[in-house]
Ligand binder design. Structure first.
Ligand SMILES: [Zn+2]
Length: 996
């Protein structure tokens, strides 16, 4: 019935604190997080165990239960170490519960695990855990524990604490005979429906009488006949701990479904049970009970989440108001000098001064700090100051740690000093801290309530409980304890109280292990790997440092704790480099494209690497601080070397006609004047253009005005990889238009490739012909013929045809064109082919038969641009050896398919915008005579129009009969009749396709 009640609401599962923003390699080593500022441990959610966690925390915060369990020693329960031995009597459930309680009390972790305990219940799968309701679970747990404790002194533990009785009585109105029946209970189930609160419900159950009357008489055994009678119930024996289950989940028999009763249901913090009891002669105090736990169900009746409000009777936790929690420093808001809180030195001194003899165990110092400022060392200071112990060590002029580092005390002089410090500077703080802690922790009238939600533990105010009277999130189980139960003063704020020795030592050992793990993890997290670059192994070349031999020899890796100081680092490096003589300067270096550059020299030997912001993987240059290989080297990020591509025009043997660009890498300090480029390249003067993009398109080049030549490379926005072009002023005009714009693509390529395709049989030769974009195609052709050593006659009857990237020969280029006019790019390939290039009045066309064209198989033709379509068709048919008049021409479109037919057969090719290089297709079929139209006609066969009507009805309200009809007729698979059509048109004209 409660099958899915325990589906988790994962939004309320607390966040994992491990590994956030840390390196993956350290993640596995990360020990569990320490306790939060409340200093209480939560319980991890194992998947659907929030109800179990709430119940276990309630039992844990029932000190009498916890201590009764702890009082059972190994001689009665056995020992967990023996649990796998076949003949050993080990009572696993109580042992696991003991251990869990010990962990909750003492183990410094944010949340404990219940895995071992649920294993001891024999619950191995999630399914088994989800089978139980929290009220059921309470009984199951008690019964399991009771069974497990049979034969020990703890056999009556549950009964002693939780067992009560109810007496049901029927009184005969005739003979006054009382017939009674006693009922045992471990918890009371009370109605929620139509009841205003707990007292109301108890009144209905234990005060109101039921009268047997009229039609409903009672058979009295004594009178032996049907009589009038009264039935009542009373609480006879009250247990020390009263557990009340609220019937929030009901079944609606009309709707036949489960529902959650969310109406208002009040319950008092203190309740007097006297009116509900059979005997009422005792003192009122005997009937007083105090609320100490409220298990809350959040969600609907088919799922949700449980958490619990618990009163920390023994003041084990660090309790603060909730508002303080959301603003961690708010409880200190009345401190005028808030920076003092940020100074851990001041606070630690203040705490130690309060101690007699100023001596205290280091662990306690941490706890006192937590109590004073409401936040732990790890939370507040660790990031900045490292672990507490380390901090104390570092300030050895103030704190004296014992040799085993377990206790700390103030050094005598400094305690005097500190006292005066405090009196002078923050008397206010000192006072406030003291009063704050006493106000929060020691006022008896202020009960310490916590909201324990799996791993998360937060302080709440007592009045927050009222929020759980009603609603989707509301109280589900109530736990009261007899007000007369007093806690011994020794138990107050003492988590070790009554914990058996073996568990104390187990927890102490586990805490030490945790500390070690955390320290290890801490040092892993604080380790940086440094790359040391040794000056003597470097040389200064081309504006940057380069290893003399190899990178591996010149670079040493060093792993170092970043909490150590620069002085420590220098010392370690000295030890590492036994050969080192003289000064050692450590500088942060940086790899830039030009090489290694020294950015900043490290100063301040007493600062930690953390403080001087050394990060993992930093490159450190180790040198004498002045020179490398006798060269004084520039340092600082200002003069970081830039690696630039410098292009300049070299005068070639061909004269100014041929512009040959030489591109070379050059390194300049970024704070040098841009004009230094001239000196570097030994160019007397000229124009500088810069380009900060990878592309060398003309719009990306900008000319530096003469007055800006004094600006630095950085000021001009130059980066590594930027390009700089230098033009001597004498050749400026050929590269720049009058507007100062870049004309040609700057390119070091100044040739074209020509393949000899003039002789079919010969082997394919190719030559490179140097050229510029202004070279005329004729010149290239003649040069190629010379290079190929071909017959001069070929000059009269050959042409150059560009070869595209698929190897296809394109339309011949007219001889008179320059390369630029012909749209040819430097470096492209041309074929030297037999046949004349078309004249300016001629068209060079490709053509093919049918619409299925295989690229490269087209035929070619040269015709005057003024011939008619009809003539062109005839020439093409002739070339194919075809005759007849059942053909027409179509232009091939850009996706290599037959496009529109050339209908006007008498039109001239140039009128139809046919250009050289176009492909025409010879298609079978006669075009209609001029003045006639081709009209496609579809024959509609009425086949199931109602069906279509129905289909389209939902979607559209337009002219459905027509739309439906046309849709139907054009649907594939329907009969389609084409009458008097020369060629099919693939789609319906839009005007007829009415449905769309
Ligand atoms: Zn009777």
């Amino acid at each position: 019935m409660f099958g899915d009640l325990f589906e988790e609401d994962y939004s309320s599962v607390s966040n994992n604190h491990y590994g956030k923003g840390k390196k993956l390699k350290t993640k596995a080593l990360e020990p569990p997080a320490p306790r939060e500022f409340t200093n209480l441990s939560g319980i991890r959610n194992q998947g659907g165990t929030c109800y179990l966690n709430s119940l276990l925390q309630t039992l844990h915060f029932t000190p009498e239960f916890r201590e009764a369990l702890f009082s059972l020693g190994p001689e009665e329960l056995g020992s967990l170490e023996d649990k796998d031995k076949p003949d050993a009597k080990v009572r696993i459930i109580p042992l696991q519960l003991q251990r869990l309680f010990a962990q909750l009390l003492l183990l410094d972790q944010e949340a404990a695990s219940t895995a071992d305990l649920t294993d001891s219940f024999g619950w191995t799968s999630d399914e088994e855990m989800r089978q139980h309701d929290v009220q059921e679970l309470n009984r199951i747990l008690f019964s399991a524990l009771e069974t497990s404790l049979v034969g020990t002194s703890g056999h009556d533990l549950i009964n002693r604490l939780y067992h009560g009785t109810i007496v049901n009585q029927i009184v005969c109105k005739e003979c006054k005979n009382v017939s009674e029946k006693q009922e045992d209970f471990l918890d009371l189930t009370v109605a929620v429906k139509n009841v205003s609160g707990l007292e109301d419900a108890l009144w209905n159950m234990y005060v109101e009488e039921e009268v047997f009357d009229c039609d409903n008489l009672y058979r009295c055994g004594h009178c032996d006949r049907l009589v009038k009678a009264a039935k009542s119930a009373k609480l006879r024996k009250l247990p020390p701990f009263l557990t009340i289950s609220l019937l929030r989940f009901n079944f609606d028999f009309v709707k036949c479904e489960r529902y959650k009763e969310t109406s208002c249901y009040t319950f008092p913090l203190r309740i007097n049970l006297k009116p509900f009891c059979e005997q009422s002669e005792l003192d009122d105090l005997e009937y007083m009970y105090d609320l100490f736990s409220v298990i809350i169900h959040k969600g609907g009746c088919y799922g949700g989440h449980y958490h619990v409000y618990i009163k920390d009777v023994d003041h084990l936790g660090n309790w603060q108001f909730q508002e303080d929690k959301s603003k961690p420093d708010v409880n200190l808001e009345d401190i005028q000098n808030k920076e003092e809180i940020d100074d851990p030195l001041m606070i630690l001194k203040a705490i130690l001064l309060q101690e007699e003899s100023n001596l205290i165990p280091v662990d306690q110092l941490g706890q006192k700090l937590l109590k004073k400022i409401g936040i732990s060392w790890n939370k507040k200071y660790r990031k900045q100051y490292g672990p507490l112990r380390k901090f104390l060590q570092l300030h050895s002029q103030i704190f004296l740690l014992s040799s085993d580092e377990s206790t700390v005390r103030l050094l005598k002089d400094s305690s005097v000093q500190a006292e005066s410090d405090i009196q002078r500077n923050d008397q206010q703080l000192f006072k406030t801290l003291t009063s704050e802690s006493s106000r929060l922790n020691d006022r008896p009238s202020c009960p310490h309530w916590f909201d324990i939600n799996d791993s998360r533990v937060q302080p709440i105010k007592e009045k927050d409980i009222e929020q759980q009277f009603q609603g989707k999130e509301s109280a589900y189980m109530l736990f009261y304890r007899k007000s007369q139960l007093q806690r011994p003063p020794e138990a107050r704020a003492n988590p070790r109280y009554k914990v058996p020795c073996h568990l104390l030592s187990e927890m102490d050992a586990a805490n030490i292990e945790l500390q070690i793990k955390r320290a290890e993890c801490d040092s892993t997290n604080n380790t940086v790997e440094l790359h040391l670059h040794l000056g003597p192994y470097y040389q200064f070349l081309n504006g940057a440092l380069h290893p003399v031999v190899s990178q591996t020899e010149s670079m040493w890796d060093l792993t170092f704790d970043k909490r150590k100081t620069l002085g420590d680092l220098r010392q370690s490096i000295f030890q590492l480099l036994e050969f080192w003589e003289g000064d050692m300067v450590l500088s942060v270096a940086k790899f830039v494209p030009a090489g290694l550059h020294v950015c900043q020299t490290l100063n301040g030997d007493d600062l930690t690497l953390c403080e001087i912001e050394i990060t993992d993987g930093e490159d450190i240059f180790v040198w004498n601080g002045v020179e490398v290989g006798g060269i004084q080297i520039p340092t600082g990020s200002d003069c970081e070397p830039l690696l630039l591509n410098v292009l300049h025009v070299a005068t070639s043997s061909e004269g100014e006609e041929c512009q040959q660009f030489i591109e070379s890498p050059h390194v300049f300090p970024s704070n040098a004047e841009i004009g230094t480029v001239f000196t570097a390249l030994a160019v007397p003067e000229g124009v500088i253009l810069i380009n900060n993009t990878e592309s060398r398109d003309e719009e990306n080049w900008t000319t530096i005005p003469k007055e800006d030549l004094k600006k630095t490379f950085r000021e001009q926005g130059l980066r590594n990889g930027s390009s700089v072009l230098i033009q001597g002023s004498h050749d400026g005009n050929s590269l720049l238009t009058k507007q100062g714009k870049w004309i040609n693509t700057v390119n070091e390529i100044n040739w074209l490739q020509v393949k000899n395709l003039s002789q079919l049989e010969s082997e394919e030769e190719q030559v490179k012909i140097s050229a510029t974009l202004n070279t005329v195609v004729f010149d290239i052709r003649i040069k190629a013929i010379k290079e190929f050593k071909l017959l001069k006659e070929l000059a009269e009857n050959s042409c150059l045809r560009p070869i595209d990237k698929n190897g296809k020969l394109l339309c011949p280029v007219p001889d008179s064109y320059t390369l630029k006019e012909a749209g040819l790019k430097m470096g492209s390939s041309l074929g030297l082919c037999p046949g004349k290039a078309p004249t300016s009045s001629q068209l060079f066309l490709f053509f093919a038969l049918g619409s299925d064209v295989h690229p490269g198989t087209e035929m070619e033709i040269t015709v005057e641009e003024t011939v008619s379509v009809r003539t062109c068709l005839k020439i093409m048919l002739d070339k194919c050896g075809l005759t007849g008049d059942t053909w027409h021409l179509r232009k091939m479109n850009w996706c290599f398919e037959a496009g529109e037919p050339l209908c006007e057969e008498d039109a001239k090719l140039n009128e139809l915008m046919i250009c050289s290089g176009d492909t025409l297709l010879l298609i079978e079929g006669k075009l209609p005579p001029l003045g006639f139209l081709t009209v496609p006609i579809w024959w509609y066969q009425p086949r199931g129009p109602l069906h279509h009507w129905k289909d389209h009805q939902d979607q559209t309200n337009c002219t459905l009969s027509q739309g439906g009809v046309w849709k139907a007729s054009s649907t594939p698979g329907h009969d389609l009749a084409l009458l008097g059509v020369f060629h099919p048109i693939p789609s319906l004209p839009p005007s007829l396709d009415g449905g769309k």
